[in-house]
Design a protein around this ligand. Sequence first.
Ligand code: NAI
Length: 479
Amino acid sequence: TRNGLDFAVADLSLAEFGRKEIRLAEHEMPGLMALRREYAEVYPLKGARVSGSLHMTVQTAVLIETLVSLGAEVRWASCNIFSTQDHAAAAVVIGPHGTPEEPKGVPVFAWKGETLPEYWWATEKMLTWPDGGPNMILDDGCDATMLVHNGVQYEKAGVVPADDENDSDEWKVVLQTLRDSLAADSSKWTKIAEGIRGVTEETTTGVMRLYQLAAAGTLLFPAINVNDAVTKSKFDNRYGIRHSLIDGINRGTDVLIGGKVAVVCGYGDVGKGAAESLRGQGARVIITEIDPICALQAAMDGYDVKRLESVLDVADIVITTTGNKDVVTAEHMASMKHQSILGNIGHFDNELDMAGLSRYPGVKKVNIKPQVDEWVFPTGKSIIVLSEGRLLNLGNATGHPSFVMSNSFSNQVIAQIELFTKHQEYDKEVYRLPKVHDEKVARIHLAALGGELTKLTKEQAEYIDVDVEGPYKSDHYRY
Ligand code: NAI
């Protein structure tokens, strides 16, 4: 705690560098800056207490400071142990007008290279306000929301279950975190949940978890699915990945991608961006898919569609983008080529069976540098695993660039305003933002790129049965 602000970041002296990069990012984030101007004297988030769990990067710093400029109080943690940019975290703590001696920014609990217990400690800290609780959650992957839900569930039961031998290491940490909090305050999470007006969720995997809660009837507050805004998933997941996937591979390995055989598992939005990214470098790209529609799209886009087992003997690079689990098993890894590269860009590390790899008989892990490990099999053959199987674009590089995140985060801010100001109108369900917001976000970013939008005449608008000002598509249109 300094100047009344509690926080946990790596190094406050990095703040000046962070502030410089935030200043450059602001120019590249026209959507967020337009929202700041639009609401300059309105403060629609006045009274909002936002607990945020989302990669603590330079781009997220601009999001946080936008929420603050709209009137919100904010506490923040990262949603991944490797994704924090320490200079951005430091700058956010100090704030635009503070100093290292007198920080005036936002309490951030995040640093690059957290352990799992540290990660869950930080998540709990971010949800634990010194005076009262949060009334909004901004989530990426649903970890913050799940912690609240699990906390409430175990408080009702009066006990946190004992560890099961099949539990993952991470789940054991979550259970221990909840055991400790239950011992300290038996109604902590119930009180927090009662104060929350809603959550806005950033990513595909988090949205999936929210829909599961809603279907089970156990969702405790309304949620907005930000991911499925068109200007989010059709841009961030795709064009963001197109940029940041090869950035991560290059910074991690600096191996020439051209001419190599790259396998992309999954051809959804992220997979499409990943395949394009690798093909752009001249890789020969192969897709694996379980969904015949996405598989056919891949074929039509000119990629080979194969099963992973059929191509492991030729693959130089294997990247998972599925949001599913056990996509690459330890057996797969053992069959990969010598010094081939394995990485995941889906939300959780269970896409790769890292637990199975670490138990593989006779395997040895040789750390090359942070977030790059060589795993050596008893045969002497090895594979290079990026970011221990966690999001490699954020672990090995700096995630998506500002311009695309401005699209995503504009939707986040709009969703926060919507749920904070109109929460009475929402049930405990998962909602999507109306299309007018999507078109507004797109309009701002198109203008920033110098794009000229054609204007409908009144007659044309009537002919295709839309309003001259939009929305221009029906809700079932797929883009
Ligand atoms: P999506 O649902 O559009 O695509 C996933 C695809 O994987 C689907 O087409 C599905 O059929 C396929 N799939 C599922 N199981 C498979 C298997 N066993 N083998 C092969 N294919 C399989 O989801 P989206 O939006 O592409 O997101 C994918 C993951 O990436 C999610 O976990 C999401 O949260 C994450 N994400 C990561 C980002 C990053 O910066 N690293 C950015 C955005 C999303």
